[in-house]
Design a protein around this ligand. Structure first.
Ligand code: ZN
Ligand code: ZN
Ligand code: ZN
Length: 350
């Protein structure tokens, strides 16, 4: 691809592209800066005001609409007895204990027979108010949500069939959100998904060679170089991923080694909420119509002793569409270098 540099009055195009490998997952990314630099170059519309008004009128997650949702598996109340956070089973689960293979399918595959889609799929409603993003709730409220993440992990770890729980957020149309009311999803699987297996493999190969945690070492280097550092607070640091898949991909990690998110203390949840809030405020400055996915990566159940995993949050703004290039190869093209992205986030006034 082409980069545009001005030399006198004449424009010359300098072809640049850089292949980077994510040190943890082994995922490959091409950093291809075109005429990058202007944040508005990376916009995908999230939602229109008209859509938003319609969505708010018949929102099943708003206070007062509780009867439209399945009964909660967990509720957190404030001092006067109003709910703050509700966890409900997903009405249309992808995996669940009660789902069976349709008899009508009658599929017989000797190579890879269909299995029951065992698991659980829940929604965490993060506010009684109709707001869309983390920056619209208080840091205290966000800390409560982050504690609920921990408590759902604890809950599902008591099911001997469950190996991994993926907690994630889709915010904005471009990130795949179907309901705009602030929420996260919890999906419990009886196996370890490939994305996690790749990270576990990277961490354990490094450990075998160096007897140290890969992510602790990465973090030490990031904190020393500071070229991708975005924010630091208490026991947490945020930096742009060296091989980010999309412009402004940012990770938040505990600076002291912790493999299991279930060990997060309530105080830690509060510091983590502060960092998450700041990072998202900054992202909203550089990408006014921000859509993003937030992913929590933590050690799978039963693997606590076997691998020196280091839990983290990945925030992936959705600014470009995934097309044939990505689907075909699993390779991502990021048109903004993580170093330039970090500088813009660091300088973004919130
Ligand atoms: Zn709502
Ligand atoms: Zn570590
Ligand atoms: Zn990761």
């Amino acid at each position: 691809m082409l980069s545009c540099a001005s030399r006198g009055s004449e424009l010359t195009y300098v072809p640049v592209s850089e292949l980077r490998t994510d040190p943890i997952s082994g995922r490959k990314v091409l950093i291809v800066e075109g005429r990058a630099g202007r944040p508005s170059d990376f916009l995908v519309p999230s939602s229109t005001p008209a859509r938003q008004a319609a969505a708010e009128d018949n929102c099943p997650f708003c206070v007062g609409a509780e009867r439209q949702t399945p009964s909660p598996s967990l509720e957190v109340f404030d001092k006067v007895g109003n709910w703050q956070v509700r966890v409900i089973p997903n009405k249309y689960p992808a995996v669940a204990a009660h789902l069976t293979i349709p008899e009508s399918s009658g599929v017989q595959s000797p190579f890879s027979p269909p299995e029951q889609a065992y698991g659980a799929h829940e929604v965490i409603i993060e506010s009684a108010r109709h707001v869309q993003d983390v920056t619209e709730i208080s840091v205290e409220q966000l800390a409560t949500v982050l504690q609920v993440y921990r408590d759902r992990l604890k809950h599902w770890s008591t099911d001997p069939q469950i190996r991994y729980v993926q907690i994630f957020k889709n915010v904005g149309f471009a990130a795949g959100a179907t309901l705009e009311h602030i929420h996260s999803q919890v999906v419990a699987f009886p196996f370890i998904p490939a994305a996690l297996e790749n990270e576990m493999r990277g961490a354990s190969e490094y450990y075998q060679r160096h007897q140290r945690c890969l992510v602790c070492d990465l973090l030490a280097q990031e904190l020393d170089q500071r070229t991708r550092l975005v924010f630091e607070e208490g026991q947490f640091a945020a930096f742009c991923a060296y091989a980010g898949r999309q412009p402004y991909e940012t990770w938040i990690l505990p600076t002291k080694h912790q493999s299991d998110y279930r060990e997060l203390s309530n105080d830690d949840a509060f510091s983590l909420a502060k960092v998450l809030n700041q990072v998202l405020r900054k992202l909203h400055v550089v990408l006014p119509e921000l859509s993003y996915n937030l992913l929590l990566r933590t050690v799978p159940f039963g693997e606590e002793e076997s691998a020196p995993y280091h839990w983290h949050l990945e925030i992936v703004p959705r600014t470009t569409h995934l097309a044939g290039f990505e689907w075909g190869t699993g390779l991502f093209i990021n048109p903004l270098s993580p170093e330039r992205a970090a500088k813009m986030l660091l300088e973004a006034a919130v």
